[in-house]
Design a binder for this molecule. Structure first.
Ligand SMILES: C[S@@+](CC[C@H](N)C(=O)[O-])C[C@H]1O[C@@H](n2cnc3c(N)ncnc32)[C@H](O)[C@@H]1O
Length: 324
């Protein structure tokens, strides 16, 4: 089976914030060509769900609303994660017009000063934008985009999660709250300073935070009419997690970076050398064939160049099997 239902596309690596843990700041600063975006949509007719977000701020792309509209016109559910700094009155109307299904706003702390230290942005301006979007949705009588929070849980801010839940309720949000911990893979951690290295949580701490998070999640309003891309990813993982060597990215999804390189996984940041090909120069047929070969290799327990580079869970499983 070579049909791809889930795609994550990086519109840009440019950003107006300064989060120290973000690897995008160390990458080439550029936007994805609109034509490359169209090629991906046109050549993958089985696409069902798209995440428009990579390492930069997606809403800085000059044609982001056209991208969303184009995908929606092709019957694709579209979600995104944003720093929320660009929710001006005019942009809120554009957002409602283009048909985005789900928008998560990133937050690590609900305290403006701490937020500014971590992200370099103005939390009050962001909450003002969220309020504006919630209000205009109501006035226009539309349920989408559902609007939630994405929280990168740091050691120094883990105790603020409860207050983030309260802020979600206070702002009348409806897209749920997702959490993730600081990414430990080399592609991210090689840019961390001592300060970011001190923000890791132990496995036990993560477990306790997750337990508390799920308990709280059960008590907030979530509109399930529109699912975020990552909910689909989590569902696919749940269904297939019993299968040895199952990789949700390799089997169900694909990543396209803002240079136009496709890769079998979102964690591959060097799409040019470790990816599956360029969407324009190599074409989607060649990319899907390269993906099929990677799938075959992994299913036969042969780590591929890109997967071994990431040293992901599937590759660890394969190495363990070889040792036993
Ligand atoms: C890379 S940002 C891109 C979208 C947008 N610029 C934003 O700030 O939401 C998407 C999400 O990834 C998270 N993120 C970035 N770098 C990370 C890292 N090293 N580990 C874990 N999460 C990270 C951010 O906090 C944010 O919630």
């Amino acid at each position: 089976m070579n049909s791809v239902k889930l795609v994550q596309i990086e519109p840009t690596t440019r950003c107006n914030f300064t989060c120290a843990f973000c690897s995008g700041r160390h990458m080439e600063q550029r936007d994805l060509e609109f034509h490359s975006f169209q090629t991906v949509v046109d050549r993958m007719p089985e696409l069902e769900c798209m995440e428009l977000q990579g390492e930069g701020e997606p809403f800085l792309h000059p044609r982001i609303y056209d991208m969303i509209r184009y995908a929606k016109d092709h019957g694709i559910q579209v979600s995104s994660i944003s720093n929320g700094s660009l929710l001006t009155a005019a942009n809120v109307e554009k957002l409602l017009d283009c048909g985005l299904d789900s928008l998560n706003i990133s937050i690590e702390s609900p305290e403006p000063e701490e937020f500014k230290k971590i992200r370099g942005g103005d939390l009050n301006k962001i909450t003002e934008g969220i309020r504006r979007l919630v209000k205009r949705k109501e006035e226009r009588g539309t349920l989408t985009p559902v609007i939630g929070f994405s929280v990168t849980v740091l050691k120094s801010t883990a105790s603020k999660l409860d207050d983030i839940f309260m802020l979600y309720e206070k702002l009348g949000m409806d897209g749920g709250i997702s959490i993730q911990f600081l990414n430990a893979s080399r592609e991210y951690s090689r840019h961390y300073t001592e300060k970011e290295n001190g923000e890791y949580l132990t496995g036990k701490e993560q477990l306790l935070i997750r337990r508390d998070y799920f308990r709280r999640l059960g008590h907030i309003q979530i509109n399930k009419t529109a699912e975020h891309f990552f909910t689909r990813i989590e569902e696919a993982v749940k269904v297939n997690s019993g299968q040895a060597g199952y990789c949700v990215w390799l089997e169900d999804a694909i990543y396209i970076n803002c240079q136009g390189y496709a890769s079998s996984c979102v964690y591959i940041k060097d799409g040019e050398h470790l990816g599956l090909g360029h969407v324009e120069r190599d074409g989607m047929e060649s990319i899907l064939e390269a993906r099929r070969k990677e799938q075959e290799a992994i299913r036969s327990c042969i780590p591929t160049k890109s997967c071994a580079y990431i040293n992901c869970e599937v590759v660890k499983q394969i190495k363990n099997m070889a040792l036993n």
